[in-house]
Design a protein around this ligand. Structure first.
Ligand SMILES: *[C@@H]1O[C@H](CO)[C@@H](O)[C@H](O)[C@H]1NC(C)=O
Length: 405
């Protein structure tokens, strides 16, 4: 510091020149660095703005071109609405650094059968190092939901953004609207980061889960807002090492591990952290749910840390007796083993008298449940708790009390 001021106290005629040189060097450096990626504008591949003509061939051509390169490549989607039919982006393409920068909106065809018959809209299979940032994916799901509610014969529908068997995926600052089914599916993936994702669908829209994860490891979801008709985040069998932080959920059915035990042979769920989630007017807050069916599955090592509930019907829930219409649940008990589950710093309001419900399996009681600093009220009074076959302990101030056996 002293040396520097000594130096600057002696005016030099070269000093301004040196400063300019340094500035020019850094400007040049920044420009060349940001241009070191190849930029492919979908307009140059035949994409048409305005939503009238199908731009999916242009997206396919841009992807094929990106795949021929081994350099960092950006597929750029400028402002505007682009009509896009279902696309599958396949891996094994030699480029593990392809980013989609989206300023515009991808819009699904108005005829819901075009997506609904295919089952997925934008799917990536077997890719490595793909990132998506910005933009809107508008699946136009309302017509299919209406079809379903009129009990007519309707297609099952399509999930909007699907990643299967893929590694090193980033999704950042993107909005997904009105999906026919799940908005984002992560299945068979490793190392996925979702940040600043915004998911929007009406509370009455059926099966429009925000983000569904299964058979995947190291999945991180942070700073995201999810308003939808089903689970905000659902975590299926074979999910491990998940980190979910700063999520706003509602409307929706909350953050759910499950449904599990749908199949007899199922991989377990292990090491899941959900921290700083805010639930507003949701059906559930933090839920673990399994079918009342035999299964090899388990849930081990879950931390629910720092959640706020605003008028949530079931703020804390373990339900091991899921069996809609009492069909196909032989024995009516779940094979899923649930253990080492922590609930810490969970506060707020319940929309029903029972704010904590552990409804575990008589054959496989829940073990090692810990409640620490939990305060949940119902109509300005301490709410109630209910326990079946639940073993654990309560630490700090826990209201309603733990009710453990
Ligand atoms: C649990 O998951 C987190 C988040 O992915 C990870 O950082 C941590 O290493 C995992 N812990 C274990 C014991 O695997």
């Amino acid at each position: 510091m002293a040396k520097f001021s000594n130096h600057s106290s002696r005016p030099s005629p070269f000093q301004p020149f040196i400063v300019i040189l340094v500035v020019v060097f850094f400007l040049f450096h920044t420009i060349t660095t940001s241009h070191s990626a190849t930029l492919l504008n979908v307009l140059d591949f035949g994409a048409i703005r305005g939503g009238g003509r199908d731009s999916s061939p242009a997206f396919r051509r841009a992807w094929a071109k990106a795949c021929t390169s081994s350099e960092s490549t950006i597929v750029y989607v400028p402002k505007g609405r682009f009509l896009v039919r279902p696309i599958e982006f396949h891996g094994g393409c030699g480029n593990n650094d392809i980013s989609f920068h989206i300023d515009g909106a991808l819009v699904a065809p108005s005829d819901y059968r075009i997506l609904g018959d295919v089952g997925s809209w934008l799917s990536f299979d077997g890719v490595d190092g793909v990132s998506l940032s910005g933009g809107v994916l508008d699946a136009n799901g309302a017509a299919l939901w209406n079809c379903k509610s009129s009990a007519a014969h309707c297609p099952v529908g399509a999930m909007t953004l699907n990643f299967r068997n893929s590694n090193n995926i980033r999704i950042r600052g993107m909005m997904s609207k009105n999906s026919q089914l799940f908005h984002i599916l992560i299945d068979g993936c490793k190392n996925v980061l979702m940040e600043g994702v915004n998911i929007v669908a009406p509370s009455h829209s059926p099966n429009t889960d925000g983000i569904h994860i299964e058979t995947s490891t190291h999945v991180t979801i942070v700073n995201s807002i999810i308003q939808t008709g089903d689970d905000c985040i659902s975590i299926g069998p074979g999910s491990r090492n998940l980190w979910i932080q700063r999520i706003r959920c509602g409307p929706g059915h909350g953050i759910s591990i499950g449904s599990l035990a749908h199949n007899k042979n199922e991989p377990g769920v292990r090491n899941v952290t959900v921290s700083n989630a805010i639930f507003s007017g949701t059906q559930n807050g933090l839920r673990i749910k399994s079918w009342a069916r035999p299964s090899s599955g388990f849930v081990y090592g879950v931390q629910f840390l720092g959640a706020t509930m605003h008028n949530v019907q079931n703020p804390i829930l373990i339900d091991q007796h899921y069996c809609p219409h009492n069909l196909n649940c032989p024995g009516q008990e779940s094979g899923i083993k649930i253990s080492n589950i922590i609930y810490k710093d969970i506060v707020g309001t319940s929309a029903t008298p029972i704010a904590i419900k552990f409804d575990c399996s008589s054959r496989n009681p829940c073990n090692g449940i810990r409640l620490e600093d939990v305060r949940l009220t119902y109509q300005n009074e301490v709410a109630k708790s209910s326990c079946e076959y639940a073993n654990g302990k309560a630490l700090g101030l826990v209201q309603p009390n733990g009710c453990f056996s």
